[in-house]
Ligand binder design. Structure first.
Ligand code: EPU
Length: 420
């Protein structure tokens, strides 16, 4: 297994460009199953999860064509299987996103039930309940979700018990081809949900209210193809901004969107960063100052994102003062904490809160990545640590960060990948 070797202590300084958003690209790729016409998707990030989704579509008989810029044309008219096998679902839970589209367009779907993962139990009961209310007959058996519907799904009024991002996306896609109107109350407001809605609208769907907690979808009989460009990745953007702040450095991130990062930018300003932003760029400068510890609480958008919690924990480990970080979205998203302790962080977990007292320096150590965002936080810890940090199991990072070592090298970091 590849490892990343980091010689810490360099201040990051430079410019990078941000890739397309993984969590927007994945549902948009699943949405191509809703039409028999080709959909061209631009600005796809170069990531393992994207390759896994292409493989999933491929094993159903869909033949995506990728060009040299990784724009992909997906024509689902050759589909011959309606099944997402366990081997793929276990490497990427987002495979559940094919459930709604397959059911809506082909009246059948079989998707392996995603198990628990490193950040919590992560059930998909809300996806299943909502599709049942839309008329689907769903059995969960032998580790699979087996769904069928006679004719088309039926629009209905849904109240989601919890805010779920992929749940909202699955229902929105299914409802686009249902008979009549579907209303999703307590819908997720995440920008990735909005991006998917915009793509569906470009395909001919009738959707209103995306970006608010009530989304209305008037089902249509057919959707058409389109060309759609995936929005920038706000979590990748935030991760590099935090890395620059933690190393007392400076960064300009380009091809991004400051308007969807407000909660994160406010916390970085509280940490002492000077931030200026234009329509599609953000510049952060610490002027050599040590960051101040911040306290925060994760919650669905527009509150502070759970996907940035681990990275802020890394920043707090070497910040001036103490901070507490409360995770309210997932029950077990603190695996990075134990690794940071091994690097000399003064950190403890009580319930769903992490308390950190900033120390003057971390010490490099061999550490193990446990999930995507935890990996990113360990890289940040390695960048600020004295001596060498070795991050093992970095296949997690390749799922969600495009060319991370190249981008960090561009910013002056001493980081390299060592093949297994
Ligand atoms: N939940 C249920 N039942 C359901 C669905 C969700 O109880 O049927 C619970 C979950 O267990 C969790 C909460 O609801 O406690 C919210 O989970 P959500 O469904 O919103 O998460 P998700 O859709 O599986 C997406 C992102 C995650 C991100 C979360 C929260 C994608 C592909 N994944 O997951 O991204 O953390 O929303 O914003 O969009 C990542 O990129 O590293 C990542 C984990």
């Amino acid at each position: 297994m590849d490892k990343l070797i980091i010689e810490g202590g360099e201040r990051l300084d430079g410019e990078i460009r941000i890739a397309g958003a993984k969590n927007s690209a994945l549902p948009i790729m699943a949405a191509t199953l809703l039409t028999k016409s080709p959909v061209i998707i631009r600005n796809l990030p170069h990531l393992f999860d994207i390759t896994t989704m292409l493989e999933l579509l491929g094993c159903m008989g869909v033949q995506p064509v990728v060009d040299e810029k990784l724009n992909v044309e997906i024509d689902s008219s050759t589909i011959h299987s309606f099944s997402a096998p366990y081997d793929l679902v276990k490497t990427m839970r987002a495979s559940i996103l094919v459930l709604g589209p397959l059911l809506a367009r082909y009246g059948q779907a079989e998707v392996a039930l995603p198990g628990g993962c490193a950040i919590g139990s992560r059930p998909v009961d809300l996806h299943i309940n909502a599709l049942r209310l839309m008329g689907a007959n769903i059995r969960v058996e032998d580790g699979y979700v087996r769904a069928k519907v006679d004719g088309r799904l039926k629009g209905t009024h849904l109240f989601m018990d919890m805010v779920t991002v992929t749940g909202t996306e699955n229902i929105m896609m299914a409802a686009s081809l249902a008979v009549g109107k579907t209303v999703i109350e307590n819908a997720a407001r995440e920008p990735e949900v909005v991006d998917l809605a915009e793509c569906l609208i470009a395909m001919g769907a009738k959707i209103e209210g995306h970006g608010s907690d009530t989304i209305s979808i008037d089902g249509v009989t057919e959707l058409n193809g389109c060309t759609y460009s995936v929005m920038p990745d706000r979590i990748e953007t935030g991760t590099y901004l935090i890395a620059a702040a933690a190393t007392c450095g400076r960064i300009k991130v380009k091809d991004t969107r400051p308007d969807i990062l407000e909660a994160v930018l406010l916390k970085l300003e509280q940490a002492g960063a000077d931030i200026v932003a234009g329509e599609n760029w953000i510049e952060l400068e610490m002027r050599g100052r040590r960051p101040e510890a911040v306290s925060l609480r994760t919650a669905p958008y527009p509150a502070f994102p759970t996907d940035m919690q681990a990275q802020f924990t890394a920043l707090n480990t070497i910040a001036a003062g103490s901070g507490s970080i409360t995770e309210t979205v997932f029950e077990n998203r603190f695996m990075h904490v134990h690794e940071m302790s091994r690097m000399g962080a003064s950190i403890k977990v009580e319930g769903n809160t992490v308390f950190v007292d900033g120390v003057d320096a971390l010490r490099g150590a061999p550490v193990m990545a446990t999930d995507l965002r935890a990996s990113a936080s360990l890289i940040i810890a390695g960048l600020v640590a004295k001596n060498q940090t070795k991050v093992d199991r970095i296949y997690h990072i390749d799922r969600g960060y495009e060319c991370i070592e190249e981008k960090l090298q561009l910013l002056g970091a001493k980081i390299r990948r060592v093949p297994a």
